[in-house]
Design a binder for this molecule. Sequence first.
Ligand SMILES: [Zn+2]
Length: 202
Amino acid sequence: MGFETITFKDLERIGLNKRFDKRYIMLTFDDGYQDNYDLLLPLLEKYQFKATIYVVTGENHNRWDHAVLDNPDKRFELLDIDSLKKLAQSPLIEIGGHTLTHPRLNQLTEDQQREEIISNKERLEEIINQPVTTFAYPYGDHNEVSKKIVSEAGYQYTVATNSGPKAIHEDLNQIRRIAIFPKTDTFGLWRKIRGNYTFRKK
Ligand SMILES: [Zn+2]
């Protein structure tokens, strides 16, 4: 379909408030699983695609899904330090923040939100030795306090899930994403990325 994959760092060069001269797409992967290093990186290298990976730093597996009593998800390991460093060194990858423990931020106090957001950012920057300027709200859940904190923390681009304005530049603290699921087939993928999906869907 002629897309060029980019990360948020590329937006400095490309700019936002204009008509794009190319079809750009951003691939984002949440939580920072070990298989992002083992499986995703080789695929990105094969196709020369870029991606942004949002990393949780205060857990070693998906405890927030795995420890759910009524319908626990399978256990997946999060990235070890060495793999995270290697991912961050790839020119195809940008690392973003995703909190310490993957809470629903809108259910926390302001102090708790600040701890989750800022300690995660500091830890990531210490590990990868680069500024981290993009963040993803776990589950997409957030409130006005979360938006204020990410902005104060120095995050330039914060992504939600299926909330936020339709155009990226309209709210850089609540950038809408389109979810692609294992069940999304080729037609579903085409429909979602052809360009007018968020404008057409009901
Ligand atoms: Zn997540």
